[in-house]
Design a protein around this ligand. Structure first.
Ligand SMILES: [Zn+2]
Length: 234
């Protein structure tokens, strides 16, 4: 075991500093960027969250992933701790969004992987149709974290557009599945429920924080997905 840890630490250091970066596959190197074509791995959410420090690298990654975005100028919000920094608007991606998505670049990068590796295969698997569009409830809102006991003092990740709330998906055959209605379909075993459960589990491999209907009543109708440095999956 100590040997394994030492080997792991060695690889970690080599991945960060050395020319070995090229020898360690991206999915095993926390300092690399994910390959958009590869399913998410252990380090994916960490790799994406780290892109917050490097806007050009993040925008370049989105371009290589085949999506079109427009960078948004940085601006302060109405209160301290709010505002946009390194954000962009999603113009074209694998799926359409029913309202505009302006979010931090790491959130957009997460969405691209989420569409391709989670939402599309999960819908095909459980619902027999490809998703075409996503309904979301917002990305940017200058506010504190909401809890069952009211607003806490800590700023929400939404205060910097580092989050998105996903509520429903429309399929190519015209059907819509709504999280609030379908999460518990058939006691959680119906096809729509299975779709949303896979969508929840898959989100946890991409985003830092994933909160769904089983976290608390405030998340009854959406998945909160964010790219905070430290996160949870509930
Ligand atoms: Zn949220």
């Amino acid at each position: 075991m100590p040997l394994l840890l030492a080997a792991g630490a060695g690889l970690y250091a080599a991945g960060h500093y050395g020319r070995l970066q090229e020898l360690v596959p991206a999915r095993w190197n926390p300092w690399a960027l994910p390959d958009p074509a590869e399913p998410p791995g252990w380090f994916t959410s960490w790799q994406l969250a780290r892109l917050a420090d490097d806007a050009p690298a993040c925008l370049g990654w989105l371009e290589r992933a085949g999506v079109a975005v427009s960078p948004v100028p940085d601006r302060d919000g109405p209160e301290p701790g709010c505002g946009l920094s390194g954000a962009a608007t999603l113009n074209r991606s694998h799926l359409r969004y029913q309202s505009r998505v302006t979010a931090t670049c790491p959130v957009l990068a997460g969405l691209v992987l989420y569409e391709r590796h989670v939402l599309i295969p999960a819908a095909e698997r459980h619902l027999g149709s490809k998703p075409v569009s996503v309904r979301h409830l917002g990305t940017y809102a200058c506010r504190a974290v909401r809890t069952d006991r009211g607003e806490g003092g800590r700023r929400s990740q939404h205060a910097t557009a580092n989050a998105i709330d996903i509520a429903a998906i429309t399929l190519a055959d015209g059907r819509e599945t709504v999280l609030a209605r379908d999460w518990a379909e058939g006691d959680g075993a119906g096809p729509r429920a299975l779709f949303w459960r896979d969508a929840h589990k898959g989100a946890c491999g991409i985003f830092r924080t994933v909160l769904g209907p089983e976290y608390n009543a405030l998340h009854r109708d959406h998945f909160h997905l964010d790219m905070a440095r430290f996160g949870i999956c509930r």
